[in-house]
Write a protein that binds this ligand. Sequence first.
Ligand code: PA5
Length: 447
Amino acid sequence: EHVTLDVSKLTSFVRDEEVDHIKIQTETAADLLKSKEGAGNDFLGWMDLPVDYDREEFARIKAAADKIQSDSQVLIVIGIGGSYLGARAAIEFLRHSFYNNVSKEIRKTPEIYFVGNNISATYMKHLMDVIGERDFSINVISKSGTTTEPAIAFRILKKKLEKKYGDSEAAKRIYATTDRAKGALKVLATEKGYETFVVPDDVGGRFSVLTAVGLLPIAVSGADIDELMKGAQAGRELALKEEFKNNEAMKYAAYRNLLLRKGKQVEILANYEPSCHYISEWWKQLYGESEGKDQKGIFPAAVDLTTDLHSMGQYIQDGGRFLFETVINIEESRETITIEEEESDLDGLNYLTGKTMDFVNKNAMNGTILAHTDGKVPNLMIKVPKQNEYYLGELFYFFEFACGVSGYLLGVNPFNQPGVESYKKNMFALLGKPGYEREREELLRRL
Ligand code: PA5
């Protein structure tokens, strides 16, 4: 069993000849990626990570996770964008739906909170309230080591940690994941003696979930990172070796570009499991940042269903027809709850007696797919056999490989992100950062 792509609901939108046509282009794009001769080829480290990773560091990640589990009630993970979303996606997908709230007996591992992914004072103060006087550690993650949001959060929480434990004990509770050699965080880590983990030079933020960036928080949560890597290895084998007709990642890249060329400019990733919410957030960054450039690209959007059928359902069914939908189908539910008979049947649900909640959920999914298809929203489905570490590893690789192929099909460099800099320049100027005086004057005039 593997992660697979189901295109059976696309027949009324896409003809076979069209697929034949884009197949050739997709093969060229995949060859370009595999030969490592395309644009952005100095950022392809993610391609071989599942087989070619630093074993010594991997062991240190596990040891650090053990230590944090034994000496901390709370782990604070500081990071933003690619230094945030992968870990959160994995932990929410793999662990308890109410991870931080459920009893320690069920969770067994430290509570984990993410910060440095916004600049909200309210969020920070409330986080401090949650930590209270409890034992905690910090994993600060920043590839550049200079990103404003995590840097501010780290400054504040490092203070709290140092006040509680003193400088030298605090230093033993700070784990820095950053560049091997450069950046402010690396300098500080060396000076203070923090344990450090590396974001490899050739792995961009949004492709970094299978480095220490994702692996340390994931390991602290109690998820099995060996299985995650094994699944990614399987995903890599399939992506690199299979020919188009059996290559799910290549097909996903091909079909989404086919649909884009027909004017479907927005892809909605839809899930029926709330624990997939952050998978969608991670996916949005992966595809949005990789493809949205040179005034091109699919706009990646996401819905949680059936929740959002009661808010966005109307639009998807009947609004502007520039959408297509990709459903993530977790084929086997992690839990089984059976609906029981009620004597009075006031809610009229007795016809479901003996059926599972997942049976209802899957029928809601299938009914929705057909309704959306009738409403002229083309539908793709990604089938994930089970919600576990192995298939998550496969899914991560599937999306990453498809993203590289898709970007080349679109004709962009999928591995840079020049647009991310624009807001930073303005923010620094408005904040009065030295060196931005001229820009500041210009912006203040416009405000
Ligand atoms: O993909 C990217 O490059 C960004 O989303 C970064 O991951 C994000 O800005 C965080 O950067 P850094 O890890 O350097 O703090």
